[in-house]
Ligand binder design. Structure first.
Ligand SMILES: [Zn+2]
Length: 113
């Protein structure tokens, strides 16, 4: 379950940022997760609930924005959504495509007080 490691990274960054800002507790952490990262939302939440115990994010809410996988065709320029197994252009059938989103793994916002 790689969600533990990912969540650990998210939580450490959030805690560091909140400490630097002189906050006493974190109320909310918002993250964007690309669907190609294969992070399972439920597993990430479980990891979060386990790892936040005893930290200043103990009561924090975790908001996950799932980012769909999208690519752009190098041959015809079409932009399209796809799943992780079939990044094929629906317009011309080309497999020469460039991923434009879907591998995000970032913290969008940290609310602390
Ligand atoms: Zn195309």
């Amino acid at each position: 379950m790689h969600e533990m490691g990912i969540c650990d990274g998210i939580l450490s960054s959030a805690l560091r940022a909140a400490e630097d800002a002189g906050a006493r507790r974190i109320t909310r952490i918002e993250v964007s997760i690309g669907e190609l990262t294969e992070v399972v939302d439920e597993a990430l939440r479980f990891a979060f609930e386990t790892l936040r115990r005893g930290t200043m994010a103990d009561q924090a809410e975790l908001v996950v924005n799932l980012v769909q996988a999208r690519s752009e065709c190098a041959d015809c320029g079409a932009a399209f959504r796809h799943d992780r197994f079939d990044p094929k252009c629906p317009e011309c059938g080309s497999y020469v495509v460039r991923l434009t989103q879907g591998k995000e793994l970032r913290i969008d916002a940290i609310d602390a007080e």
